[in-house]
Design a binder for this molecule. Structure first.
Ligand code: GLU
Length: 428
């Protein structure tokens, strides 16, 4: 499958159909769950700093809200498509379900490249997105959050616009807010830490000691940054990270065979995950081509960038030493490559389980915001670890009991819970 023909929505539906067959899901529930319930597609006119007006395309897609308000991030990406947002909204439903939090699935997107926009332009874009959606989202309807290239600053502008329109304070409307402005301690670290909580558990099952393992990461945005930091703190060695360079408009793999210092890398990365190349060289990193991250002789691969990164073109470049793949990103492995990985017997922690730490902490943030009472960081992280570990354990148990691939096992749990919710509500 070539990159251009890849469609994440078809991938998400194929994954769903496969498991719907395994569990014998009835036709009506299948038809309901294999597509989103509601979609909003709209334009956002933005006055640019040079005096021109640019029209951006925006989306919000609510896949399912049977278990609670729709929940999910908003992505800023130049190649955003409706089908990508559809797939991601679907994965959000399964994500909230597998960790058993009372939320549904949604996703938003804007076709844009914030790396090439000023702060003022970004603010107007965020406010414009909310103006188009203010009546169909909200704390009890649909709760957005950050995602690819969006951050806490964007969330606060969005909250401010929402509150201005509705005339009140609604901190539970959006998550991933800055700490002190309704944000939760630990939210910044949550997705990356959650990835490593599941890696820690998977390594136990594989009979490996984390402190004797090595890992290679794709991406160095929010997820990979904190995953790398925690992995290293727990004694693992980060051999390489691959990330986009906005100056050169291409990605590089940064490698140090005796281990990169993840915390030091955090000091030379910008808010969109671009590592300063000159400073990386000073730190003793080798700079390799983009694709090198997947070829490293490491124990663990952590794709934590975007969807469709492991395909038939590069899946066979994965070293024989790799025992575990933890999907930090949503949908990083396409359907064909997934088949190869499954056959090779590499252990997989699937995306909507692996990276559920972000939305789990968003749920904690929502609870804190709605109660106007904020927890200590230790309490947040301890609750997060508990949720992630028990979701991982339940998935592993289902996989062992039914001899299923971990992705299918996570789907069995997630789909069953949502199917039960739509039935109990009398929708099908
Ligand atoms: N964007 C993150 C995800 O894909 C977090 C979503 C949220 O916190 O609602 O899981």
């Amino acid at each position: 499958m070539t990159v251009s023909s890849y469609n994440p929505y078809e991938n998400a539906q194929a994954q769903f159909d496969r498991v719907a067959r395994i569990i014998g899901l009835d036709q009506a529930t299948c038809a309901l769950l294999r597509q989103p319930m509601r979609e909003f597609h709209f334009t956002i006119p933005v006055h640019m700093d040079d005096g021109s007006t640019k029209i951006f395309n925006g989306y919000r897609i609510q896949h399912n809200d049977a278990r609670g308000p729709a929940k999910g991030g908003i992505r800023f990406h130049p190649h955003e498509t409706a089908d990508t947002v559809r797939a991601l909204s679907m994965w959000m439903t399964w994500k909230c379900s597998v960790v058993d939090i009372p939320l549904g699935g949604g996703k938003g997107g804007i076709v844009c490249d914030p790396r090439n926009m000023t702060e003022n332009e970004q603010e107007r874009l965020c406010r414009g997105w909310i103006r188009q959606l203010a009546k169909v989202v909200g704390p009890v309807i649909d709760v957005p959050a950050p995602d690819v290239m969006s951050n806490s600053k964007h969330m606060l502008w969005m909250l401010d616009e929402f509150e201005t329109i509705h005339g009140g304070r609604y901190p539970g409307f959006i998550t991933g807010k800055p700490v002190g402005m309704g944000g939760s301690l630990g939210r910044t670290e949550a997705t990356g830490y959650g990835v490593i909580y599941t890696v820690r558990e998977a390594l136990k099952d594989l009979g490996l000691k984390l402190e004797e393992t090595t890992a290679s990461f794709q991406g160095f945005g929010n997820v990979a940054q904190y995953a790398a930091v925690l992995f290293q703190r727990l004694g693992g060695k980060v051999i390489s990270v691959c990330c986009w360079d906005n100056n050169d408009k291409k990605a590089y793999t940064y490698r140090k065979l005796d281990g990169l210092n993840a915390e030091a890398l955090l000091t030379i990365v910008d808010s969109f995950g671009t590592i300063n190349k000159e400073k990386a060289l000073e730190m003793g990193c080798e700079i390799l081509p983009q694709g090198a991250w997947i070829e490293q002789d490491v124990d663990i691969l952590i794709p934590a960038a975007l969807e469709n990164q492991i395909t038939l073109d590069n899946v066979n470049k994965i070293s024989k030493q790799v025992k575990l793949i933890a999907e930090g990103a949503n949908g990083p492995i396409n359907t064909d490559a997934d088949e190869v990985i499954r056959e090779r017997g590499v252990f997989l922690v699937p995306d909507f389980l692996c990276n559920a730490g972000g939305v789990t902490c968003s749920y904690f943030e929502q609870v804190q915001s709605n109660n106007n009472y904020y927890w200590e960081k230790d309490e947040v992280l301890q609750k997060l670890d508990q949720k992630m570990t028990s979701a991982y354990r339940a998935t592993k148990e289902t996989a062992d009991k039914n001899k299923l691939y971990m992705r299918d096992a996570a789907y069995v749990i997630a789909i069953n819970r949502v199917a039960q919710a739509v039935k109990m509500r009398g929708w099908v």
